[in-house]
Write a protein that binds this ligand. Structure first.
Ligand code: TNX
Length: 509
């Protein structure tokens, strides 16, 4: 039934029936959860669910449940009453998502549905997540995604009890966030004249200009929408590589003062990277100052991956900088650059995050790492004292095709549903006493091959539901068979995704 699978679930016979006069008994501190329940369930069911002191659905904060951690909750449904309890508002929110999933799937529809008996099965649930970080990264740089879709995507994350939306806001092909004092970032850097269509090998181009950027108000609105659903928006600004859009807007931030380069229209790893002079670092600090103002998230991602040293090896300024710093070679400038920026964020009370290659440059242990290559890179980062969120390409890159079919959407080299659901983000046998350094797991949706929200949804689901499950469920639950197996629960979950209008794949039975 539920996705992700709860830690403890007892099914009883009978149902609690919701009717026009069913009311919510909302105890102090549970108001936000009650609003979330009403705003998601009333449009489809037509049930007003008013707050009343004699309501039969009780939502209450209960410190007795603090043993379940900051996100745990309990749900008890009998024929007469529903009780949702948690020690925290976040726990209550997860309980609300459980109630939404326990209702018949049409309850998830955005528009009124008639003729469905709105009943909840009698159950006793005690639930808590395995990991505190359960995320999805969405790349809005390669293809711009409308703000309305980001709201919808947050709603979908919350339904799966995922609690982090990692927004990849800048890359070679587009810059999506306005920064005061740097207007060309979005005026110039948000637009490209054409886009490669599909994979690099295809040789096809979409000749339409593509682009877009968010306003500050849209981004703060997204942060608030997400917070009301227990989701933190973690922003990412890529540096010093994957920065061609910024360089197209402000060529003097690069390594050759005389060079003007257009925004990149291809996919892959771009040779042009930020300069290492004071202006380039000041620019990054300026951008991150605005980022910290818009995004309250403790974690701020600064990229750090795929940064070729060609520009620095050939650039006079960069070579001089490397010499002055006593670095062994120009490539070592990456670690130095990221260290300057990481120190800046740490001084402002934030936790920097980088992709794994970056951290080879001896970053301080405060820097959190996303090891995206192999499990070996994850273990190496942990051994160096970093905390990590597991993001291995083989299990979490949902921009790879879901099957080996050569016509399947996504990069070749399938990441199948089984690759996701059969994965343990922190196997005890590998990490031993270090397992607590693994904060969680996250899916990646790089959008080179996803020009529209529909493409994103299709590659995300149902594999993102599987990711949500491995990040939430207790490790022992991998072996659930029968009606509680993931495959069995996915059948009903597909009906939920249908009710939500999500473009999703239906794996063959
Ligand atoms: C590698 S993973 C990248 C991205 C691409 C992705 C495509 C990582 C940190 N960098 O720039 O979009 O591969 O799968």
């Amino acid at each position: 039934m539920l996705v992700p699978l709860p830690s403890r679930l007892h099914e009883r016979s009978g149902h609690f029936v919701l009717a026009q006069d069913t009311a919510l008994r909302v105890m102090p501190g549970a108001e936000a959860a009650a609003d979330l329940l009403r705003s998601t369930v009333s449009p489809s069911t037509g049930l007003p669910l008013p707050a009343r002191s004699d309501g039969r659905i009780t939502l209450t904060l209960d410190p007795a449940l603090s043993g379940l951690g900051p996100e745990g909750y309990g749900v008890t449904i009998s024929r007469q009453a529903v009780l949702l309890r948690a020690a925290t508002p976040d726990g209550l929110r997860h309980g609300v998502q459980t109630l939404r999933q326990l209702l018949p799937p049409p309850a998830l529809s955005a528009t009124p549905v008639r003729g469905v008996p709105w009943e909840l099965p009698c159950v006793e649930i005690t639930d808590r997540p395995r990991f505190p970080w359960r995320g999805a990264m969405l790349d809005v740089a390669r293809h711009f995604m409308p703000i309305a879709f980001l709201h919808r995507f947050v709603d979908l994350l919350a339904l799966h009890k995922l609690n982090v939306l990692h927004l990849h806001l800048t890359d070679d092909q587009g810059w999506r966030m306005p920064v005061p004092g740097w207007p060309a970032l979005t005026a110039t850097g948000a637009w490209r004249p054409r886009s490669r269509l599909g994979r690099r090998t295809g040789g096809l181009w979409d000749e339409r200009p593509h682009g877009g950027s968010y306003t500050r108000a849209e981004l703060t609105g997204l942060v608030a929408h997400a917070a009301a659903r227990g989701v933190t928006v973690v922003p990412e600004i890529e540096m010093p590589g994957h920065a061609r859009a910024a360089l197209a807007a402000y060529p003097h931030l690069g390594n050759d003062p005389g060079r003007e380069l257009p925004i990149w229209t291809d996919w892959g790893v771009c040779d042009t990277v930020l300069g290492v002079h004071d202006e380039a670092l000041a620019f990054c600090r300026d951008v991150l100052t605005e980022v910290m103002d818009v995004f309250p998230s403790r974690h701020v991602h600064i990229g750090g991956d795929e940064c070729p040293a060609t520009d620095w090896e050939t650039g006079e300024q960069a070579r001089r900088r490397a010499r002055e710093l006593g670095l062994p070679d120009a490539a070592a400038l990456r670690g130095w650059f990221l260290r300057q920026i990481a120190d800046f964020l740490i001084a402002h009370g934030r936790t920097p995050v980088t992709w794994d290659e970056a951290e080879e440059g001896a970053l301080p242990p405060e820097v959190m790492t996303m090891p995206w290559r192999t499990t070996g890179h994850a273990r190496a980062a942990v051994a160096r004292g970093h905390r990590v969120v597991a993001t291995p390409i083989r299990h979490t890159y949902l921009d790879y095709a879901p099957t080996d079919d050569p016509d399947a959407l996504g990069h070749p080299g399938a990441v199948t549903l089984q690759d996701v659901i059969g994965w343990d983000p922190a196997p005890a046998a590998e990490y031993g006493a270090d397992a607590s350094a693994v904060l969680g797991a996250q899916a990646q949706l790089w959008t080179e091959l996803m020009p529209t929200p529909a493409h994103v949804e299709y590659l995300a689901f149902p594999r993102l539901a599987a990711l949500a499950e491995v990040a939430w469920r207790a490790p022992g639950a991998v072996h659930e068979r029968g009606p509680r197996s993931f495959d069995a629960r996915l059948v009903r979950h597909g009906a939920r995704l249908d009710a939500l209008g999500v473009h999703h794949r239906t794996p063959p039975a």
